[in-house]
Design a protein around this ligand. Structure first.
Ligand code: ADP
Ligand code: XUL
Length: 489
């Protein structure tokens, strides 16, 4: 028997999935919510989290894994983590030179983004080089801001990690490299050569090249579980595989390895992504091209107002998710023409720097119509801002916490005019990480790896309703025009 463990350190929790590769089964799953997932500050644009919280959760969860599996059969561990966040370390990964980590929800680096794009010849040149124009949450702009604000702590920093490579380092007991997929979210890697892009690195901060880990393919063995943890938990010297980003891991965890397929993750952030053969860069600047852990590339567009926006509307109504779902069943597709721009927090796509919710035709409307408005808005935004990928999907693989909600997935099917298949609602990034560990350990080809495990929940297909599809074709055009008008003020 060979067991493989995959962790997922997401925004709100740390989860794990352990697979028995030969049997094709998941033998253990667990999840540990963070008491304080992010630290707010007086400036709402600044959002950090504590790397010590992630480290403690990793140790707790590894102990739970050891207590619940046939330990001797564990072969390798990999993981996934929220993307872009940076961890600043000294000589070893256990020493921090900065107490907190800016995470993907941080939008405080507008100035640094402008400076970096200017240094590289503009937003389009930055996107051609690194796969994305400069985005406030991306690691390069964040590093530049840290260097500017605390040059002494920056100078003391020996290694700058992503959340993924930091946690891999803790498992291995030494600084681990960054995988190409998560490295693509930094505005620092050349998306074609998959090496550090000197021009971007030099423009970001002095001596940065020396502080960056190596870049490696996602299937790289980065070390062995540190001896102290082997002894404490009675675990064998398992291989530690490179960790990756949560979205790249979810892509393989939802079985996507061929261009023409799309997945939507409804987690803290909402994301839409799919495999890509060539690094086609988003023309409107909204999307990103990342290296894919399964080879070639992936396209992705990210929305910050995902679950937190849905929760805000649910709280306004004072409802449970069941009542929220009932409201979606009871209101008509298209909401009688009412629209919402669901920008409860600063938005990533399109870029909106301050909360700015817009409601049209909803004045005095009952709560149920507000519930429908936020879901329709999110689905139309997902559809409207992913056309750059050039994929018209026949089927969408849905994952993330809100994919547990069939009424939300019905709106998705109707807006995209495609069947939606539900994947295990919370575990696709952790499962993807376990699959990556297995694939890296055995060199098996990806279609074979995902065929065994990454299957939709049985009988979960939700088909589009042709009448609703027509309604959304018209409404979607109005929605995109409303966005443009709101952005123009
Ligand atoms: P992340 O991985 O980004 O931390 P998850 O993918 O685990 O987040 O999703 C967690 C979110 O799922 C919760 O914040 C909650 O809003 C949402 N959620 C859970 N159940 C439902 C439901 N039935 N309907 C809609 N949303 C739900
Ligand atoms: C991706 C992104 C988010 C985080 C959330 O670009 O910013 O989806 O990875 O975990």
């Amino acid at each position: 028997m060979s067991l493989y463990a995959g962790f997922d350190c997401s925004t709100q929790s740390l989860s794990v999935a352990v697979i028995d590769a030969a049997r094709g089964t998941v033998v253990f799953r667990d999840s540990l919510p963070f008491a304080e997932p992010f630290l707010t500050s007086p400036d709402p644009a600044v959002v950090h989290a504590s790397p010590r919280v992630w480290a403690a959760a990793l140790e707790t969860m590894l102990a739970r894994v050891a207590a619940n599996i046939d330990r001797a059969a564990l072969r390798a561990i990999s993981g996934a983590a929220q993307q872009h966040g940076s961890v600043y370390c000294g000589r070893g990964p256990d020493v921090l030179t900065r107490e907190t980590s800016p995470i993907w929800m941080d939008s405080s680096t507008g100035r640094e983004c402008a400076e970096l794009e200017a240094a590289l010849g503009g937003a389009v040149a930055m996107a051609q080089l690194t796969g994305s124009r400069a985005f406030p949450r991306f690691t390069g702009p964040q590093i530049r801001r840290f260097w500017r604000e605390d040059p002494d702590a920056y100078a003391r920093t020996v290694r700058i990690h992503l959340v993924s490579s930091f946690l891999a380092s803790l498992l291995a007991g030494e600084h681990a490299p960054i995988d190409h997929a998560d490295g693509s979210g930094m505005n620092l890697m050349d998306i074609r050569t998959r090496e550090w892009a000197s021009a971007a690195v030099q423009a970001t901060a002095p001596d940065l090249r020396d502080k960056l880990p190596a870049l490696v393919p996602s299937s790289t063995v980065v070390g062995t579980l540190r001896p102290a943890w082997q002894q404490r938990l009675d675990l064998p010297p398992v291989r530690i595989m490179a960790w990756s980003g949560d979205n790249p891991s979810s892509m393989v965890g939802t079985g996507l390895v061929r261009e023409g397929q799309l997945a939507i993750s409804l987690g803290t952030s909402d994301t839409i992504f799919g495999p890509m053969q060539e690094p086609r860069v988003s023309g409107d600047g909204s999307g990103h091209v990342f290296a894919s852990p399964a080879g070639a590339y992936m396209g992705i567009t990210v929305f910050r107002n995902g679950s937190l926006a849905r929760e805000r509307v649910r709280a306004e109504c004072g409802w449970t998710w069941d009542t929220f779902s009932a409201a979606l069943r009871q209101t008509p597709a298209g909401n009688g023409g009412a629209l919402m721009l669901p920008w409860f927090e600063p938005e990533i796509t399109p870029p909106v720097s301050r909360p700015a919710v817009v409601r049209v035709g909803l004045e005095g409307a009952p709560p149920a119509r507000h519930a429908r408005a936020v879901i329709e808005a999110q689905m139309m935004a997902l559809a409207g801002h992913s056309t750059w990928m050039g994929v018209t999907p026949q089927a969408i693989h849905a994952t993330g916490g809100a994919a547990a909600n069939p009424e939300i997935l019905q709106v998705m099917a109707d807006v995209f005019a495609a069947s939606v298949y539900r994947f295990d609602a919370t575990g696709s990034a952790a499962l993807g990480a376990a699959l990556r560990a297995w694939q890296a350990d055995t060199g098996r080809d990806w279609p074979a790896v995902v065929r065994t495990f990454a299957a939709p929940v049985p009988a979960s297909e939700i088909r589009p309703n042709p009448e609703h599809v027509k309604t959304y074709r018209t409404l979607q055009e109005r929605y995109m025009r409303l966005e443009i008008a709101a952005l123009a003020g």
